[in-house]
Design a protein around this ligand. Sequence first.
Ligand SMILES: Cc1cc2nc3c(=O)[nH]c(=O)nc-3n(C[C@H](O)[C@H](O)[C@H](O)COP(=O)(O)O)c2cc1C
Length: 451
Amino acid sequence: MKQLHFGLFENAQANDTGRATWRHPDNERVNYDTLEYWTKIAEVCENGGLDFLFLADAWGWAEVDGVRPDVASIEGLDLPRLDPFIVASAILARTSSLGVVMTGSTLLEQPYAFARRMATLDQLSGGRIGWNIVTTGTADTAVKAFGVPMVAHDERYAMADDFVELVYKLWEGAWEPDALTKDKNGNFADPAKVHAISHDGPYFRSEGYGNSAYSPQGTPVLFQAGASPAGRTFGGRHGECMFVGGGSVEQLAEHSRAIRAAAVDAGRTADSVKVMAEFRCVVGETKEDAQRLYQRVLDSQTPDVTVASYAWFTGLDLSSYDPQTPMTDLHTELSQSQVSRFAGKTVGDVLKDWHEHGAGSKAFVGSPEEIADRIIELAEGADLDGFLLAPVIQPGSTIDFVERVLPILRERGVVGESNGASLRERLVGSDRPTLPDNHPAARYRATVAVA
Ligand SMILES: Cc1cc2nc3c(=O)[nH]c(=O)nc-3n(C[C@H](O)[C@H](O)[C@H](O)COP(=O)(O)O)c2cc1C
């Protein structure tokens, strides 16, 4: 069986996306706006042997814009939040091997400035950075907040293609890896190895010199989670690590197969993409004990939170439909996967499911051994390369996992020592920190006009 990798799903806000857990007496996530909180979480992850900490992100406040705005502020749903890039720099300063994966939107970021921010973090961390490429599911609210035009779902992926082409040119082509010599008796940089880039795409343009030198990984490790046909095509072309939501073995196996097929269609190998499934777990001494702990969390979710949080993903107010309405009658230009994953279900079914699981998967609730069994069963059955732990209560969920479940997985030989200074070597198993030559970014290496 493959050696599995694990990351932690975090959000620089008081709640998980679309859930209200901040009131729980043991939940320290409410202190998301303190350096102490992030230092503690970073240390738990690094000392516990997780490969990376992932920081999700979103823009705008979809709940307030649309459905039940009162619930959003009463429960602190999804706002306020901190800038993940700045949180990342605090985490990186406190750790030495943990990777940090930031979410960056190709709809809202400026590629030229974004490329420098990522290169800066990759530089300062010695190559421990990843980028979760998102087209922004909450696009309608976000574009209003930014004052830019709305772009429809599939076109956002065309825009993402253009965005990545430009940042690849900056990361891979503008400065050669050995351009910076810093020779006090000679040159600071070799002029023959510094290149102007030129990009005139359908959405983005840039001419001239890159603002930052080649960083340890060049291009940060590329994460992606597109689930629609357009999203999978994009992920197959660019993604090195694909996140999938939770689900049954069959659902995950289908995701994994489709993602690998998209990579092959793009001229890459099926195993050049690591597939990692999001999961939540509640660990108890026994199954009953764990169920009791989990019930306390579920009890804190009101029906209003459920309605407001589903609307955050989709713009759809499920409380305005007859509960018997088939989900196939509903359409959104926001996260289509949060509608299509409920094909065959009714609005009433979805309200019940969302109340229990939110956007995430059904939690694994049980003893450490039961949870380890479930992880192995899913990984084997669905050809997964790893998992993304979405904590229920922080830091308790992460501590429970790294102290009680991970040692069992190590004992069973499915989690090895993670080697490699860079996130790419550690996670993707590459023998160097930079992208493989068959990745589309590689064609921009030092091929542009020489200065
Ligand atoms: C584990 C995981 C994490 C995600 N994190 C974010 C995020 O931080 N920000 C965001 O806008 N979307 C995030 N998404 C949503 C995806 O980027 C994507 O929009 C979604 O899976 C729907 O796919 P589609 O856009 O192809 O329809 C995440 C999805 C998954 C499964």
